[in-house]
Design a binder for this molecule. Structure first.
Ligand code: APR
Length: 258
């Protein structure tokens, strides 16, 4: 299938769809300058794997190392902007009755681009909380109110148990928020089309959403420059960067549906 044939096929699958889900991963933010997790890296953090740092055990063992890594990503994400891929996803709300974004990304860029229904499965890096069940409940911490450095995890200002501040993201070995995973399963089960954008499909439970949607009758469109573990569930694969493919898909859809 040529690239044009693939886009035409994707438009055909989208025609008549009412409920569309976008399941996104780190690849959609790559063109905004946010590094993905599993592509080759260079620079300061290249020798660390996400799986080694993004765990409660790593944080317990060396909170300052994990804090520094998140501060590096936090500072970077504060400066980036959505790219045409995020804007194309937001624009899809004009084209279909229901568009839900299920994202593994913690950068908040779908909100910034204007999407109005975003489920952040892995949390948000710009939100912080106590590392302990501070006074029995999650205690959120506003970083701007703290005296902190990017090298040392600061103490939680509320905690009687000596907890420290951590990002409100889901680490390996932790559960996703119940409301988020329930929403993800229900929207995946009832969508007409799922676009799976910029994820390697290696991390559960997000990785199983496309096969689950397909079993319930949804059409699956993958947008990724590489073949992935999701590809075998896809009815059509659009190979290329999402910042180019998604706007082209929206334009082609509009042209065929005027
Ligand atoms: N456009 C679309 N996809 C791209 C682009 C691009 N411009 N560039 C790279 N990709 C693809 C890669 O081919 C790869 O398949 O994005 C994918 C990124 O995969 P990962 O780095 O594994 O990211 P993701 O799937 O989101 O990781 C899932 O793992 O470390 C955890 O919690 C973290 O949410 C993250 C989860």
């Amino acid at each position: 299938m040529t690239d044009n044939d693939a886009v035409r096929e994707a438009v055909r699958l989208l025609r008549g769809a009412r409920r569309v889900v976008i399941s996104s991963g780190a690849g959609i933010s790559k063109e905004s300058g946010v590094p993905t997790f599993r592509d080759a890296h260079d620079g300061l953090w290249a020798r660390f794997q996400a799986e080694e740092l993004a765990t409660p055990w790593a944080f317990e063992r060396d909170p300052d190392l994990v804090w520094s890594w998140y501060m590096y990503r936090y500072e970077l994400i504060k400066q980036v902007k959505p790219n045409p891929g995020h804007y194309a996803v937001a624009e899809m709300e004009d084209l279909f009755d229901e568009v839900v974004v299920l994202t593994q990304n913690v950068d908040g860029l779908h909100w910034v681009a204007g999407s109005t229904d975003v489920v952040e499965l892995h949390g948000n890096i710009q939100r912080f909380k106590c590392s302990k069940p501070c006074r029995g409940k999650t205690a959120y911490v506003y970083l701007d109110t703290l005296d902190y450095t990017t090298e040392t995890a600061p103490p939680c200002p509320h905690c009687p148990e000596g907890g420290v501040v951590r990002p409100d993201v889901v680490w390996f070995g932790e559960s996703l928020p119940t409301w988020a995973i329930e929403r993800a399963y229900t929207t995946a089960a009832r969508c007409d089309v799922m676009l799976v954008v910029g994820t390697s499909g290696t991390v559960q439970p997000a990785a199983s959403l496309p096969s689950m949607a397909r079993e319930q009758g949804a059409r699956i469109i993958e947008v990724n420059p590489q073949e992935t573990l999701i590809s075998r569930f896809a009815h059509v694969a659009l190979r290329g960067p999402s910042g180019e493919i998604l706007p082209a898909l929206v334009t082609a859809y509009r042209e065929e549906n005027v």
